[in-house]
Design a protein around this ligand. Structure first.
Ligand code: COA
Length: 367
């Protein structure tokens, strides 16, 4: 029997602190007028010192599990898509797994820059369709404010922090993720990158002095690439789903730049009123932008069960992709669960695991 991957839960988490264009103008030579006219961005959220990629991801995940009415222990797979992980390793997904108490889940990070959420959606869908898992949690989470050079006006005006999550569940009922396409072109590696801190340029006094631990970007080239691939990937995903654009009620693109989105909508001849745009309030939250925009579209009543929606994104790598989803709703439930409550148990379990390892170390270490 064919299995389908339905999106049954969603949640978002953004920091409270807002950084406006006006405030940015006092940090670098720019203006509110320039930023709005070139990007559409008015403000972005910036993580507080105690907020991290994993903590935002865990907050979004708990909200998504609450919507799906699923306990963390029922999650089989966690994928965190991020370009601002807590560490090179361990994966931020493992930290999320520990924070929410998803003790059964395998967890890993996925690195495909701003396209990562679509790649994660596809991977979780394939795992469900193959029959290897029942429930997946995919999260796009970023604290890019920690990797931005706040003296570089080309990049610091663009990015913001936040996280968004979906729960995917298996069902025999047709619907859910209908198609997904993924593409990459590594020849564009230098157009959008964070050069140092990996194995090619390990962090050193020299790399820090040269600012290689910050995001570097060729804005014009990325702009050209983005407008081209958004149209291509949307068409390709529609073809794979056997649908036409006029069957699509909503387009939710990666929120990088208002002009990129408008150019893509024009290229597709798709009405801008049916495109979700919220980058004015969050800036470019990279891989988190699509799930955050989805959560807001649902809250505003713009995305309803049975609607067909296209997600389309692009980013560093270069990477790009799109997915077509027949929107469903949370599965019916008999008992209401409160996934948030499991966080306290998760903390206790985590502490006990550490204690067990310490005790084992003491006992076996002596033996
Ligand atoms: N404020 C004021 N002036 C700025 C500025 C800022 N924040 N940033 C750049 N400028 C200046 C440039 O220095 C340049 O000046 P010059 O002509 O004297 O050299 C001028 O504005 C035009 O720069 P340009 O790069 O051509 O501007 P643009 O219209 O291409 O807009 C971006 C710049 C970055 C907004 C635009 O290229 C873009 O959005 N690209 C895509 C980036 C993106 O989405 N990245 C993430 C992908 S996931």
């Amino acid at each position: 029997m064919t299995r389908y991957a339905h999106i049954t839960g969603w949640g978002m988490a953004v920091p409270e602190k807002i950084l406006s264009n006006g405030e940015l103008s006092s940090m670098v030579e720019t203006s509110d007028e320039w930023i709005i006219s070139r990007t559409g961005i008015r403000e972005r959220r910036i993580a507080a010192p105690d907020e991290t990629t994993a903590s935002l991801a865990a907050d979004a995940a708990i909200k998504a599990l609450s919507v799906a009415n699923l306990r963390p222990i029922d999650v089989d797979l966690i994928i965190v898509s991020t370009s601002s992980p807590e560490h090179i390793f361990p994966a931020s997904a493992c930290l999320v797994q520990d924070q929410i108490g998803a003790i059964k889940a395998g967890a890993f990070d996925l690195s495909a820059a701003c396209s990562g959420f679509i790649f994660a959606l596809n991977m979780a869908t394939q795992a469900i369709r193959s029959g290897s898992i029942e429930n997946a949690l995919i999260i796009g989470a970023e604290t890019l404010s920690r990797f931005v050079d706040w003296k570089d006006r080309n990049t610091c005006i663009l990015f913001g922090d936040g996280a968004g999550a979906f729960v995917l569940q298996a069902d025999d009922e047709p619907g859910g993720v209908l198609s997904a396409v993924m593409h990459s072109d590594g020849s564009g590696e230098d157009l959008l990158s964070l050069p140092a801190g990996g194995s090619r340029i390990p962090t050193s006094t020299e790399s820090v002095k040269n600012g290689l631990h910050y995001i570097h970007m060729n804005g014009r080239e990325v702009f050209r690439f983005a407008t081209r691939v958004m149209v291509q990937a949307t068409r390709e995903s529609l073809e794979a789903a056997g649908l036409e654009l006029n069957n699509i009620q909503l387009l939710i693109p990666h929120q990088a730049n208002q002009r990129i989105i408008e150019t893509a909508a024009r290229g597709l001849d798709y009405p801008l009123e049916q495109v979700v745009i919220n980058l004015d309030r969050y800036g470019n939250t990279s891989t988190a932008s699509i799930p955050i925009a989805t959560c807001e579209a649902i809250e505003q009543g713009r995305l309803k069960p049975d609607d067909n929606v296209v997600f389309v994104g692009f980013g560093g790598g270069l990477t790009w992709g799109a997915a077509v989803v027949k929107w469903t709703s949370p599965f019916p439930v008999r008992f209401k669960v409160r996934p948030g409550r499991y966080r306290y148990l998760a903390r206790l379990r985590s502490w006990l695991s550490k204690l067990r390892r310490t005790l084992e170390g003491l006992i076996w270490g002596r033996g």
